[in-house]
Design a protein around this ligand. Structure first.
Ligand code: ADP
Length: 553
């Protein structure tokens, strides 16, 4: 995860719902304590402000606990149920308070207040605007309790409304507009409620941070950075400036006109400064983005260059291998030619010991030739120079030819050798020489890595594909090596490999040839039990070729 440049700001925003809940609980408890101990100052928060009624205290505690329970999106069913239940009395108390001025009080709050030690007749009535804020909080809690609703924008809008209810009252109080904070004369919203509602509103907004404006504020990109930087001063500045202007005006330092001008000038300057700061931040972010883009472009170019170089190097290597093996092949064929001349006794009679030595020379030379051929094929494929010669071929014929080449090796090791042919025979359109080369490779390996038991080759058809499975009861291949056996020059470090020699290219060549023909080779094996390599190649011809119209001659 990428760290933002403002980890602390976003961390604080994440913790806001929890903090708001705890604040509401504490505020509510202080208010209740104030009433029950008969200390009205506690219910005012700051002397001079209206006291919070007892009901507000209880409501704050309930709201705090309810929000605390569902402040995380992963709150369980029980927590959500409990939270929703706690919001019910909040809504009820608020609705009654809103209804009271209209229907007339039906409950003797004064008596209730005095019973818990309250100051009777003072402020037992919950102001309508406070009640409205708490009612909204109950509704917000409910939206947070329902999974689908909590993922909508509803909580955010309701949270905003809660915040504004508190903020509006605070502004009214600061500017002395009594209608704003005391819509019913003599019943002002308490400072506790103003602050609690603002915090609860913000808490609700940030309880689900993945959509709407909370997502924007949490955003790690330039948008979020900008919003986090601009929003607090945008809210606080007019408030503070307006208030300061008003205080000086009230103190008689200057008149209304001067106050308004002072307010206008300060706000203009402040906002100009903020806009410039924002613009600079955007400019910096954009420059950063361009730098990153430039770097990526550069990295891409470097990677492309490396690829081209690697391809060139690979081609050079393949060319080198091809030339080398070709150059080795020529003298080797000469050696084999002269060996034959000597063995046939054309250049003079040879004794049995010489004959045996000549046969060893022949075997070694043939082995060497096989290796060179393998390298040659590999480098041709690597260089993309291997060509395909398609023909219609009898599948069984290909398999028999390959089997005949390897059967003597199996005999030598006293292994069973089984060939299952297609019945009825089928034809395929493919490069028969390459298919034979693949089968011989697999059969040679099977014999090489099997000490007792049987080696078999079985042909089958599947759709338009021919499947040729070469099975052995040999040493097997460890699970973790199953993929590696197809890697060039890879060999299991084991006695059989060392004894048998080989290049580690056989399977590489086999797989590449199979892919060249549009098919593939797969392997299944279990250690100590045996191995099955399966070649799958497309190109199975129709069993009954369409009759060719014969033209009379
Ligand atoms: P080479 O046979 O020349 O060593 P290959 O590419 O044909 O190279 O095989 C790579 C390795 O895969 C072999 O060295 C061997 O360890 C393993 N392998 C191939 N075929 C078998 C088999 N039938 N049973 C067990 N191991 C095998």
């Amino acid at each position: 995860m990428e760290r933002s440049h403002h980890p602390r700001t976003t961390d604080v925003l994440t913790k806001l719902p929890g903090f708001a809940s705890l604040f509401a609980i504490a505020a509510g408890l202080i208010v209740i304590l104030g009433w029950s101990l008969g200390l009205p100052e506690l219910t005012r928060m700051i002397p001079g402000f209206a006291p919070a009624p007892l009901r507000a205290g209880a409501t704050m505690v309930l709201c705090g606990v309810a929000l605390w329970l569902v402040r995380d999106a992963d709150a369980g069913t029980f927590r959500r149920f409990l939270s929703a239940s706690l919001a019910v009395p909040v809504a009820a108390v608020s609705l009654i308070a809103i209804g009271e001025p209209i229907t007339g009080s039906t409950i003797d709050w004064a008596r209730l207040g005095s019973r818990v030690g309250g100051v009777p007749g003072l402020t037992e009535t919950l102001p309508v605007n406070s009640a409205w804020g708490y009612l909204l909080t109950a509704v917000a809690v409910w939206t947070l309790c329902f999974r689908t609703l909590s993922r909508s924008r509803a909580p955010q809008w309701i949270g905003l409304a809660i915040f504004l209810t508190g903020f509006f009252a605070l502004v009214g109080r600061a500017f002395g507009v009594s209608a704003f904070y005391s819509p019913m004369p003599g019943l002002p919203m308490s400072l506790w409620t103003m602050v609690t509602l603002q915090l609860l509103g913000v808490g609700v907004v940030f309880a689900r941070r993945w959509f709407g404006f909370s997502a924007l504020l949490m955003d790690k990109g330039p948008g979020g950075k900008l919003a986090r930087r601009l929003l607090p001063p945008a809210i606080a500045m007019p408030f503070v400036v307006g208030w300061t202007a008003l205080i000086f005006e009230r103190a008689g330092v200057y008149g209304t006109e001067v106050g308004s001008s002072f307010f206008a000038v300060t706000i203009v300057l402040a906002f100009t400064w903020m806009v410039m700061r924002a613009a600079r931040a955007v400019q910096r972010a954009d420059a950063e983005r361009l730098a990153v883009l430039g770097r990526e472009q550069h990295e891409r170019e470097v990677a492309e260059l490396a690829l081209v170089t690697a391809e060139k190097a690979s081609l050079a290597k393949s060319d080198f291998l091809a030339v080398m093996s070709h150059e080795l092949r020529t003298p080797l064929t000469a050696i084999m030619g002269y060996e034959e001349l000597l063995a046939d006794g054309i250049t003079g009679p040879i004794n049995p010991q010489q004959a045996q030595q000549l046969s060893r020379i022949k075997a070694s030379a043939q082995h060497l030739l096989g290796l060179i051929d393998e390298i040659l094929t590999f480098s041709r494929i690597e260089a993309g120079r291997e060509t395909i010669r398609l023909e219609i071929a009898d599948v069984n014929r290909i398999i028999e030819d390959s089997a005949n080449l390897v059967a003597p090796l199996a005999d030598e090791k006293k292994l069973g050798f089984v060939v299952h042919l297609l019945d009825p025979p089928r034809f395929m359109r493919t490069d028969a020489v390459k298919v034979r080369q693949m089968i011989v490779n697999l059969l040679t390996n099977a014999v090489k890595f099997t000490e007792t038991g049987t080696v078999s080759v079985r042909a089958a058809t599947s759709g338009q594909n021919v499947e040729i499975a070469v099975h052995d009861t040999g040493i097997g291949i460890a699970e973790e090596n199953l993929d590696k056996v197809f890697d060039p020059f890879w060999q299991v470090e084991q006695k059989a490999t060392r004894r048998a020699g080989g290049t580690g290219l056989g399977l590489t060549v086999t797989r590449r040839l199979a892919r060249l023909l549009g098919g593939d080779v797969s392997v299944q094996s279990s250690m100590g039990e045996g191995t099955t390599f399966t070649i799958t190649i497309p190109g199975l011809a129709n069993p009954t070729p369409p009759a060719v119209p014969t033209t009379p001659t």
